[in-house]
Design a protein around this ligand. Structure first.
Ligand SMILES: *[C@@H]1O[C@H](CO)[C@@H](O)[C@H](O)[C@H]1NC(C)=O
Ligand SMILES: *[C@@H]1O[C@H](CO)[C@@H](O)[C@H](O)[C@H]1NC(C)=O
Ligand SMILES: *[C@@H]1O[C@H](CO)[C@@H](O)[C@H](O)[C@H]1NC(C)=O
Ligand SMILES: *[C@@H]1O[C@H](CO)[C@@H](O)[C@H](O)[C@H]1NC(C)=O
Ligand SMILES: *[C@@H]1O[C@H](CO)[C@@H](O)[C@H](O)[C@H]1NC(C)=O
Ligand SMILES: *[C@@H]1O[C@H](CO)[C@@H](O)[C@H](O)[C@H]1NC(C)=O
Ligand SMILES: *[C@@H]1O[C@H](CO)[C@@H](O)[C@H](O)[C@H]1NC(C)=O
Ligand SMILES: *[C@@H]1O[C@H](CO)[C@@H](O)[C@H](O)[C@H]1NC(C)=O
Ligand SMILES: *[C@@H]1O[C@H](CO)[C@@H](O)[C@H](O)[C@H]1NC(C)=O
Ligand SMILES: CC(=O)N[C@H]1CO[C@H](CO)[C@@H](O)[C@@H]1O
Length: 435
């Protein structure tokens, strides 16, 4: 349990770190801080769809306009998971488990921006952020109580309730649609992609894109499958198994909870899919490859905070992680003709929701192509949309969350940046976490 709690603490703190990154001065001038209001889903109660604490679920919707008025982009919010009662009770008292504690307005940037020059392919679509408050990637369906209080694990019902709320608002007549999400929300994208398609008109063009959601069934540096045991506890606690793809759970019997991993469910997904991920995703580095439980001696602490400080053995482990990720993606790369991918070699986590990484003068590129251009080319069938970068440290376009040897070249290219300030603030947060 101790292990688990630390993992979760780190999860929450990781989000803090990301906030710092997002709050960093924008590299693009004139980026309007347009805030979008939150809408509570009133009809959710009748469907038994509640956040962990029993509050109503919610989304933020920015209406489409012009040629995009009938197109819909839905983005699952991320924010880790809780896999035992204690951590879920804790979560239910925060903005990650209750709409009561959420900020009621949020900034729509990156793939959610309504500005054509910042988001050329989706700016005029209806754009929706599905708020995350169930702790189980919108996939659980049960509840637990002890006579005093109830804890709701109703992510699957929240998904259903939000869709039902949006259908009469125009989603039912969508011509084009994209289901996306980042981190725990990127994982939701894999789990709900085909279900999304089933709600929309047969004539609609429906696709899905996961950002930083390709969580690997990794073997950590102490040779344990930490993520596998974590997910297995989560699937069991929240009764997720019945909502996993039945073709997958049948194929993976007697370990159906493996189908919570994107790499195992991927081949069963019929809807065209795009996978955006860093090969050295910082969250996975810190929780999948080197979780605290696998580094009791603390040999990895410096390296986890600063890649430049990693020794050759540690760099080998990071390169091995990248190889495993590419291996898990090979079938998708070779055989999914309608698939797209952007696997860069950065120490980052979530690249579509912040303007600096989605599309900006210094945003990450592979073969000189931005993430926004690659996703757009894939969605609209304009050309090649499968990009994989070479291993670290070849990528000079990264926005790393921790110092790495490519950072300097990024900073020097950035007009009016203060990335050194950002990094030192991130560093402080990470130090807090690991102390
Ligand atoms: C859109 O973004 C561009 C580039 O940052 C900016 O110059 C322009 O003012 C923005 N347009 C609107 C309507 O906010
Ligand atoms: C958001 O809500 C506030 C307060 O209810 C309202 O004044 C404002 O117009 C709303 N904004 C949008 C974009 O709907
Ligand atoms: C069980 O009861 C305790 C004490 O009343 C309370 O703090 C806790 O949150 C409850 N747990 C659940 C899962 O309801
Ligand atoms: C989609 O999910 C809902 C529950 O959220 C379920 O009722 C429905 O049958 C699913 N549709 C398909 C085609 O699986
Ligand atoms: C990880 O593996 C080591 C040995 O490889 C074992 O002693 C330890 O208990 C494992 N830790 C966890 C958290 O499973
Ligand atoms: C990262 O580690 C390198 C090598 O040990 C060191 O030179 C550099 O100052 C460190 N950077 C930060 C920001 O701590
Ligand atoms: C692609 O599909 C074929 C036919 O199903 C299979 O034999 C092959 O192994 C697949 N390629 C990869 C890289 O998995
Ligand atoms: C990269 O793309 C930009 C336009 O997006 C272009 O101006 C530039 O010349 C390209 N650079 C290279 C090296 O191809
Ligand atoms: C950059 O950020 C650091 C730390 O927040 C701050 O001390 C410094 O003044 C900033 N520099 C510029 C040029 O804004
Ligand atoms: C304007 C500005 O803050 N530029 C900085 C960008 O980053 C480099 C490297 O950290 C600094 O040297 C610049 O001062």
């Amino acid at each position: 349990m101790k292990t688990t709690t630390r993992l979760l603490d780190l999860t929450a703190a990781m989000a803090l770190l990301l906030c710092v990154a997002l709050l960093a001065p924008s590299l693009v001038s004139g980026d309007p801080e347009r805030r979008i209001n939150m809408t509570l889903v009133r009809g959710a109660a009748a469907l038994g769809a509640f956040c962990l604490d029993g509050s109503l679920p919610a989304y933020n919707l920015d209406r489409g306009f012009g040629a995009g008025a009938n197109n819909w982009l839905l983005q699952f919010e991320g924010g880790g998971w809780c896999n035992d009662i204690a951590s879920c009770v804790d979560r239910s008292k925060t903005f990650r488990g209750s709409t009561r504690f959420m900020s009621k307005t949020i900034v729509f940037s990156g793939i959610l921006s309504n500005n054509a020059s910042l988001n050329p392919d989706f700016y005029n679509w209806n754009r929706v952020r599905l708020r995350y408050c169930d702790g189980g990637s919108f996939a659980g369906d049960t509840q637990v109580g002890n006579g005093t209080s109830l804890l709701y694990f109703r992510g699957q019902r929240i998904w259903n309730a939000i869709i039902r709320d949006l259908l009469p608002k125009g989603l039912a007549k969508a011509r084009k649609a994209l289901l996306t999400g980042c981190s725990a929300g990127g994982l939701s994208t894999f789990l709900h992609c085909d279900n999304f398609t089933s709600y929309l008109p047969k004539t609609a063009s429906v696709k899905c894109m996961s950002d930083a959601g390709f969580f690997l069934d990794a073997i950590d540096v102490a040779s344990n499958r930490t993520m596998r045991s974590f997910y297995s506890q989560l699937v069991s606690l929240q009764d997720i198994q019945k909502n996993l793809d039945p073709k997958c759970t049948h194929a993976f019997f007697p370990e159906p909870s493996l189908c919570f991993f994107p790499q195992y469910v991927l081949r069963f997904i019929k809807t065209p899919f795009f996978i955006l991920n860093s090969a050295y995703d910082v969250f996975q580095f810190h929780h999948g490859l080197v979780p605290p439980s696998a580094d009791r001696t603390g040999h990895w602490i410096r390296c986890k905070l600063n890649v430049t400080a990693c020794n050759p053995h540690q760099l080998d482990a990071l390169q091995g992680f990248r190889k495993d990720m590419l291996g898990a993606l090979m079938n998708f790369f070779r055989n999914f003709t309608r698939g797209g991918m952007f696997i860069n070699s950065c120490f980052d986590h979530c690249q579509s929701a912040s303007q600096n990484t989605w599309l900006s003068p210094t945003s990450p590129r592979i073969n000189n192509k931005t993430i926004a251009a690659t996703v757009g080319d894939w969605y609209f069938g304009r050309g090649i949309a499968k990009e994989i970068d070479g291993p670290y440290p070849c990528d000079k376009t990264c926005h790393n969350l921790i110092p790495a040897s490519t950072t300097d070249s990024l900073a020097s290219k950035a007009p009016g940046n203060n990335s050194s300030g950002t990094l030192s603030r991130s560093q402080a947060d990470l130090n807090d976490l690991l102390s």
